[in-house]
Design a protein around this ligand. Structure first.
Ligand code: SF4
Length: 473
């Protein structure tokens, strides 16, 4: 088979990262090998996100730049998938004349056939139909790429929550859960290929299986826990309204579930939460945080926050800052509200000016930075179990510090903090660090977004490594 090159540009969330992996897996039988060089590509796939206006602008700007490449290389096939494709469908062909293929969020299983038709007939195709049973047909068997330590596994698709600012239920369809057997099979396949950590993905994992009468999410976690060779389990995202006691208990009982939860709150104001249709109050959210911390004192909590939702007053914004002070998040993804086509909030009165949104965002980010720094600083002197993922970006780019003539590695703590560390030649040393090894690293420096340390011990791929081991700070 002739080798052809596939370039994938993924914009947006982890769900899209997973879908892009699935795209690569599905196109491999047609002879497509992934490349990081756009110039070499025979097929370019853009996997889009519409959650924020900026992500959509990024998509169209990338597509615009491809016009020159297509002129130089007329045989190039350009395809666009994901939420923007789902939402705009055929309109995209009008807007982007050099586009060959538009495919939706639930058509991954048909993608190879669509690409083949374009290869053979040089036609333009739009397929954004929503499959009724998307899940069981749209997940290829899990085969890990070599040397990948950590992978995503989608356990459900779509969403039934209809938050007023969000278009996910419209572009990704209603919530459907995969059968646990198919999830377990996929993870086993990944683990056989060297994967040590998996992140279970869903828009709201807490409601996993409820509609279909499958097992509950905590029950699924228990099944995943039994997979031999798997070291760490993460999941995202949780909806606070469905976040229940059984899941909180899993943080205590599970050996493999990491000490981190991403629990999006979006606002600290009850008035705004109601307008957003989030179906919980700040009191309920704070109560869940307390329960979590009472159960697992080490847990790191991160969240999402929207600033400048229509109608947000200074008092509402102050409620958000107050909630942040009460929780002291480990990290926060904060965004200025932007209208998304077809989302109910686009019709809401009381739009906030860009300047005010930007000022509020600045205040919020500064407050968060103080918490993040403090939390990172508190780890200095401790020894943290880090799952080595590979060389750090600085090392890969050849720009690492000459003073340290050793490889610079990167990995994460159980609490999901990035730690960079050097392989050293100290006695009892860690000169056999490999991706997937658990390395005990003494944290020496804390930065805003990462930590730095020196390894003190390596443990071979042990079972059930959540990572706690007692070392003096
Ligand atoms: S829970 Fe709300 S924000 Fe999250 S995907 Fe569903 S509708 Fe969108």
């Amino acid at each position: 088979m002739i080798s052809k090159y596939l370039y994938i540009n993924t914009i947006g969330c982890q769900m899209n990262v997973y879908d892009s992996e699935q795209i690569a897996i599905r196109l491999a039988p047609l002879g497509y090998q992934q490349t990081s060089s756009l110039e070499m590509a025979d097929l370019v796939i853009l996997n889009t996100c519409t959650i924020r206006a900026k992500a959509e602008q990024k998509a169209f700007s990338f597509l615009g730049r491809l016009a020159i490449l297509k002129k130089k290389k007329p045989g190039l096939i350009v395809g666009v998938g994901g939420c923007v494709a789902q939402q705009q469908g055929a309109k995209m062909l009008e807007r982007v004349p050099h586009l060959d293929l538009v495919f939706g969020t639930r058509t991954l299983d048909r993608l190879p056939a669509l690409v083949q038709r374009i290869e053979n007939k040089r036609c333009r195709i739009v397929d954004v139909s929503m499959s009724e049973i998307p899940d069981l047909s749209d997940t290829a068997p899990g085969e890990g790429n070599e040397n990948q330590v950590s992978r995503f596994v989608t356990i459900m698709r779509g969403c039934d929550n209809f938050c007023t600012y969000c278009v996910v239920p419209y572009v990704r369809g209603r919530e459907t859960s995969r059968h646990p057997d198919s999830i377990i099979e996929e993870i086993r396949g990944l683990v056989r290929n060297g994967v040590k950590e998996i992140t279970l993905l869903g828009q709201n994992v807490n409601s996993y299986g409820k509609k279909e009468g499958l097992c509950s999410f905590p029950e699924l976690l228990s099944r995943v826990e039994t997979i031999e060779g798997l070291m760490r389990i993460r999941f995202t995202t949780s909806h606070p309204k469905d976040f229940d006691e059984d899941l909180i208990k899993a943080f205590e009982s599970s050996e493999k579930l990491c000490n981190h939860i991403h629990l999006p709150v979006q606002s600290g104001s009850n008035r705004m939460l109601k307008r957003m249709n989030r179906k919980y109050t700040r009191e309920l959210y704070l109560d869940k945080v307390t329960q979590l911390r009472d159960t697992c004192s080490e847990i790191a909590i991160t969240s999402d926050m929207i600033v400048g939702f229509p109608g947000e007053t200074d008092a509402d914004f102050n409620d958000t800052l107050d909630l942040m002070r009460k929780v002291e998040f480990d990290g926060l993804f904060a965004f200025m509200y932007s209208d998304r086509p077809n989302a109910p909030a686009t019709q809401f009165k009381g739009k906030i000016s860009k300047q005010q949104k930007s000022e509020r965002l600045q205040i919020l980010l500064e407050l968060q930075e103080s918490f993040t720094k403090e939390k990172n600083q508190a780890l200095v002197g401790s020894v943290q179990p880090i799952l080595a993922e590979g060389f750090s970006k600085r090392q890969s780019s050849g720009s690492f510090d000459n003073q340290h003539q050793a490889a610079q590695w990167t990995g994460r703590t159980s609490s999901n903090k990035i730690v960079n560390f050097y392989q050293n030649d100290n006695p009892g040393s860690c000169d056999d660090i490999l991706p997937g090894k658990l390395v005990y690293v003494k944290i020496e420096k804390a930065y805003s977004h990462s930590l730095w340390g020196m390894p003190v011990e390596i443990e071979s791929a042990a079972e059930g490594v959540k990572g706690e081991k007692c070392y003096a700070a």
